[in-house]
Design a protein around this ligand. Structure first.
Ligand code: ATP
Ligand code: MG
Length: 266
């Protein structure tokens, strides 16, 4: 037994080892590793038994939740560093903090609704989509983040795959699919029809968040000039949806302006 993990005097070693074994069998690895310390503290502080038990279970749950968050974030493909916490609402007055806070409750994801974030370059569309997606993971939802280009490549690889296997793809069955950067390039007819298949499958099954620099009127042009397909896609996307229109300055340019100012000779 190490000094860092002492066995309290009043508990025979054999009992603690048996307890550790049982905790390990139950998959409570953190509790198994730290039960000795927890017991020592409980004896030292004269805790009532239920307090000791609660502390042990609480520590196990905390470690598990941290692990779940880390794994889900990694699997989601979300870029790191951008959160709702470090979004400067003061810089972008067209983004109402209260609206973002409402979206951050994830009620729209639970209701399998969609979110469209529109606006010119650099105004924080991707930043907000990532921040909301992180909130979704924190609330226990599964998330997949794709730039449109990568998503279309995956859809193309699956063009001939049957519905059974298609259904098992992450972008088909996660609770929230984030599609970043729609509208930079027009889609081919094949891309547009694969995109329709995706939107149509997810309709009513899971939420989609899209960031785009195009307004709704530009969607037919973005979708291979096909009015019928664009209408069918928009109909599904916008039915029970939330639209955030961001206008204002580019944060990237602000950063450049600040860098230029700080290097100007006085
Ligand atoms: N209000 C803000 N507060 C803090 N950082 C911001 C804010 N707006 C944007 N940024 C930062 O500026 C950079 C550009 O923002 P973002 O990528 O979200 O823009 P975008 O609207 O998605 O642009 P694009 O249309 O070019 O994809 C990112 O590093 C982002 O974290
Ligand atoms: Mg972006």
């Amino acid at each position: 037994m190490t000094a860092a993990n002492p066995v309290p005097r009043k508990v025979p070693k054999v009992d603690l080892d048996t307890t550790r074994e049982k905790l390990t069998k139950l998959g409570m690895l953190h509790a198994s590793e730290h039960v000795g310390e927890a017991l020592a503290e409980a004896v030292k502080e004269s805790w009532p038994p239920h307090r000791f038990l609660d502390r042990l279970l609480e520590a196990e749950l905390t470690v598990r939740e941290e692990r779940r968050l880390k794994t889900s974030l990694r699997l989601s493909g979300l870029p790191t560093g951008q959160t709702l916490g470090n979004f400067d609402f003061g810089f972008q007055p067209s983004v109402e903090r209260s609206r973002i806070e409402t979206l951050a409750t994830c009620a729209w994801i639970r209701a399998k609704e969609n979110l469209l974030i529109q606006g010119p370059p650099g105004v924080g569309k991707t930043h907000l989509a990532i921040g909301l997606a992180i909130r979704a993971i924190e609330n226990g939802f599964s998330v997949a983040f794709h730039r449109l280009e990568d998503l279309l490549a995956a859809l193309k690889r699956d063009a001939e795959v049957g519905p059974q296997r298609l259904r098992r793809r992450k972008h088909m069955n996660v609770a929230l699919l984030v599609i970043d950067e729609m509208g930079f390039e027009p889609m081919s007819r094949q891309d547009a029809s694969l995109f329709f298949r995706l939107v149509s499958y997810r309709y009513g099954r899971g939420a989609i968040a899209i960031t785009t620099n195009k307004g709704i009127a530009d969607w037919p042009e973005m979708l291979a000039g096909d009015e019928v397909l664009a209408t069918a896609i928009l109909d599904r996307l916008l039915h029970r949806s939330h639209v955030l229109n961001i206008s204002g300055r580019s944060y990237r340019l602000r950063e450049l302006e600040q860098a230029a100012k700080s290097t100007k000779p006085r």
